[in-house]
Design a binder for this molecule. Structure first.
Ligand SMILES: [Zn+2]
Length: 265
């Protein structure tokens, strides 16, 4: 049996990057106090974990067994029934997740009305920027009066498309790209605690740099290393998997968060 390289985001403490942690902290504290900051706009770079963060906030809000750190338990039916497949599920609080790229104006109106009829509901509108201005106008009143947790999520290069009046009404949660050091620290710690791949900090940092800080690419690299017998990540393997090329690093696609939670899509 090989080791599965998972970088699941299961707690608020899992978030990589000091600036991201500072952003998230007020939301965690508000959840702990039983009064979530809402409505909230999660704005993150592409691949920066906005959907994962939305799901963690929703889980933490809806879970009846929230821990003393404000994290969800991950084992109760409410926690397990996550993602769009389970819309309407939940024990104390029902939860919904909508992909705005798949909804037309009539769908939105219907869903806004439905979720607004109940107290204590959590709802995430993902890929919000795909909606036009005339559609997002419908959100103005609902977002403000919503009794529960209301989240919209979009990428950083798209948030300017949001109506200024709507933007004004939201608590902003802006994720940014962590530093090479921070991402390396994350992998060093995870490896020490869980994977035990024979490697060193220098090699891991090289991996982070060569992937342009791409979490997904790092994860795939580590998975190959974990499958070696015995599991090892050295410079030779790195040169094979991530050869240095003249291709510019895609530093704009940096990922702030692990992105492999096994939710059904
Ligand atoms: Zn739970």
């Amino acid at each position: 049996m090989g080791i599965k390289i998972e970088t699941s985001l299961s707690t608020f403490a899992d978030f990589v990057g000091q600036r991201n942690k500072l952003q998230i902290e007020p939301h965690r504290l508000a959840l702990l106090a039983g009064n979530p900051l809402s409505p909230v706009a999660i704005i993150a770079p592409y691949g920066g974990g906005k959907t994962n963060l939305a799901r963690l906030l929703i889980k933490a809000y809806c879970c009846p067994y929230r821990t003393s750190t404000g994290d969800p338990c991950h084992t109760c039916p409410t926690c397990l029934e996550q993602g769009p497949k389970h819309n309407g599920a939940g024990w104390f609080h029902r939860h919904f997740e909508f992909d705005c790229t798949r909804l037309n104006k009539a769908d939105i109106r219907r869903r806004l009305r439905a979720v607004n009829c109940e107290d204590g509901t959590a709802v995430c509108w993902d890929e919000f920027a795909s909606l036009g201005a005339s559609t997002t106008k419908m959100f103005l009143k609902t977002a403000e009066d919503f009794a529960g947790l209301f989240i919209i999520a979009m990428t950083s290069d798209e948030y300017q498309t949001m109506l200024p009046q709507l933007y004004d009404r939201m608590h902003k949660l802006c994720l940014t790209t962590p530093s090479v050091e921070e991402i390396t620290d994350f992998f060093v710690t995870k490896n020490q605690k869980k994977w035990n791949i024979a490697t060193d900090r220098d090699t891991l940092q090289q991996m982070v740099e060569r992937t342009g800080c791409g979490f997904r690419a790092c994860q795939k690299t580590l998975q190959v290393a974990a499958n070696m017998i015995p599991p090892v990540l050295d410079r030779n393997l790195l040169d094979t998997l991530l050869p240095i090329t003249d291709r510019p690093q895609q530093c704009c696609t940096l990922s702030g968060l692990p992105d492999n939670i096994d939710y059904d899509e």
